[in-house]
Design a protein around this ligand. Structure first.
Ligand SMILES: C[S@@+](CC[C@H](N)C(=O)[O-])C[C@H]1O[C@@H](n2cnc3c(N)ncnc32)[C@H](O)[C@@H]1O
Length: 469
């Protein structure tokens, strides 16, 4: 396409959103992505990048705004890469998320599911919902200490003291550390020289009692440089229940490593979902939005009104969040998880919840022979973004449980898995639980029912259990 060259300025009308929440327009048969624009909007844009088959642009001026556009409430929104949907009214953002899911299912899974039929489970708390947050710490160009979030599309860290997703009580602590750490001489990690000490600060927070776990990501096992700051925090805040150092010397790895040193307070944080209680460590997986996790798990339960007597498999179980939430509702459950720390925690959680009917199994679902387990009536899966392993799908197609409930945080891999299960299973319902309001992230719950024959369910499938919600 001749007219689309870097630097070209043109007027466009946005047709759709892509999965990264960028406006999508078509210009002379070529697809153009423009961050920040919404479907229906007309704008003047400058082309910034031309690739084979698509181009990217930046918005210069919006001449016709969408009626569902709104002014972002967060002062960091323009720069921070954390949120994507703050310029869209909430109900419309939910609709757009459902649209993205339905498009992915159609395009990648050959599954046609009307987006209007996706049940929406909106967020009860749209701000300050995160029970966990990890803020990177870096030296800026002048070597000064910066703590916050990565700038959109960049490795530069920018301060985000007014972040609207962090828990408020935890945010006070994060802001205090960001201010005091350089005063105590704590050296930030420098990505250029690959030197420095503090790489990140994080928290886990139980919102019911406001107790928190603090995590310092550092590059050596020496925790002495933190001590003056820790004494200060001890004096200033009463709700820090547990403090850890996470040792991450790898200059190319930004997140949490697997090596933790317990510095003070409780070894684990007590967290709650519904009536279940969980012990959680610094780097084990736990749902980031507790209230939405409760609503999601209640929805899973509502999909299984008649399956209380068979075995339920909770695959990719983490610390057993779903298993212990459901334990009193089913006869037997099997929680399968690969991570040894999570498995250890799941065993503790089993005792803590008196859940003798839950069997915790350490296993890799890429290779585990699940046919050795008690044959399931229901299988619930909650894999990482990569989706279900091929071996597991093959085994599920052979075992043919009555129902499979797929919890997924990536509708592209969900689409692939639905495709692989479609011969044996019919899609009966799909829900979208908004675990991450204001971001593009989407959590779906899909109910599959075994096809054909006398085993088929004819009862209503989306029926709520009285008294549960
Ligand atoms: C999205 S989390 C879900 C955890 C849990 N269902 C919950 O709600 O807290 C995915 C979990 O799958 C585990 N996992 C990843 N790959 C796995 C594998 N190949 N076999 C078993 N578990 C795996 C991870 O360690 C993680 O705990």
């Amino acid at each position: 396409m001749e007219s689309l060259q870097k630097g070209t300025i043109l007027d466009i009308t946005v047709e759709d959103l892509n999965t990264s929440c960028e406006g999508l327009a078509r210009v002379d048969g070529m697809v153009l992505f423009v961050p920040g624009l919404l479907p229906g909007e007309k704008a003047s844009v400058r082309i910034t990048e031309v690739k084979k088959g698509y181009a990217r642009g930046e918005c210069l001026k919006i001449s016709e705004k969408a009626h569902f556009r709104e002014t972002p409430a967060c002062p960091h929104y323009d720069l921070c890469g954390g949120c994507d949907f703050m310029h869209v009214k909430y109900d419309k953002a939910m609709e757009l998320k459902a649209h993205i899911v339905a498009e992915n299912l159609k395009r990648l899974g050959h599954v046609s599911w009307d987006e209007k039929k996706i049940k929406l489970i909106p967020a009860e708390n749209k701000v300050h919902y995160r029970n966990k947050f990890l803020l990177p710490v870096r030296a800026d160009k002048e070597g000064r200490f910066v703590c916050g979030a990565f700038r959109r599309g960049s490795r530069e860290v920018i301060p985000i003291p007014h972040c609207l997703t962090q828990d408020l009580a935890a945010r006070d602590v994060m802001n205090y550390i960001a201010e005091k750490a350089p005063q105590y001489g704590i050296k930030p990690f420098n990505e250029k020289t690959r030197e420095g000490y503090l790489k990140g600060i994080g928290y886990r927070m139980e919102k019911r009692n406001k107790k928190m776990m603090l995590i310092f990501v550092i590059t050596s096992e020496d925790t002495a440089p933190l001590q003056p700051l820790l004494d200060d925090l001890d004096f200033k805040f009463g709700h820090i229940d547990s403090i850890y150092a996470n040792i991450n010397p790898d200059p190319d790895h930004t997140g949490l490593s697997r090596k933790n040193i317990h510095i003070s307070g409780k070894e684990f944080l007590d967290m709650y979902l519904g009536k279940a209680m969980y012990k959680v460590g610094p780097s084990t997986f736990f749902q980031v939005n507790s209230r939405q996790a409760e609503l999601l798990f209640q929805h899973v339960l509502s999909l299984l009104p008649f399956e209380r007597w068979g075995a339920v498999w909770d695959l990719y179980a983490g610390v057993g969040a779903l298993s212990f939430f459901l334990a009193s509702e089913f006869k037997r459950l099997y929680a399968v998880e690969i991570d040894p720390d999570s498995v250890e925690m799941a065993e503790k959680n089993k005792n803590r919840n008196f859940a003798d009917n839950v069997t915790v199994i350490r296993g890799d679902l890429e290779s585990l022979d699940v046919t050795q387990l008690e044959k399931p009536e229901v299988v619930v899966t909650d894999p990482p973004r990569t989706g279900l392993s091929e071996k597991l799908v093959t085994q599920l197609n052979k075992l043919r449980p009555t129902k499979i409930v797929l919890i997924s945080c990536d509708s592209a891999t969900l689409a692939r898995d639905l495709d692989r299960l479609s011969e044996q299973y019919a899609l009966k319902s799909m829900a979208l639980a908004d675990m991450f309001p204001m971001t593009r992230h989407i959590e779906t719950v899909t109910l599959l029912q075994r096809r054909e024959g006398e085993d088929d369910e004819t009862r209503p499938l989306d029926q709520e259990i009285p008294g549960l919600s």
